[in-house]
Design a binder for this molecule. Sequence first.
Ligand SMILES: [Zn+2]
Length: 108
Amino acid sequence: MDATPIVIARKLQEAGATIWVETDAAGGCRQFRLDPSDAADFLADPRAWTARQWGVTAAQLDEWDVNEHMPRCGCRTKAGQRCGNRLAGDVDPPQFVDLHGQACRVHG
Ligand SMILES: [Zn+2]
């Protein structure tokens, strides 16, 4: 990738602008500041960049989305189905990663 996005981002910053990336979060949204030095990384893979801001992987961020931000029990029921009981309400990706797949009260 050429350096143009970085140059533009630096010029914006020098002119007094701050670039924020808005992303889904528990209970609404959150903004991460995009440093001009991150411009090329962000454009190459916005999803992976956002995951890094949360301190999780892109796959973990996808899993968080698929589960509607709610960590679920990873145990199996007697019938062999995945339990899936909620372990918490709407949480941010790092809390989701910590809790998802743990045992609920029934299985703990
Ligand atoms: Zn369970």
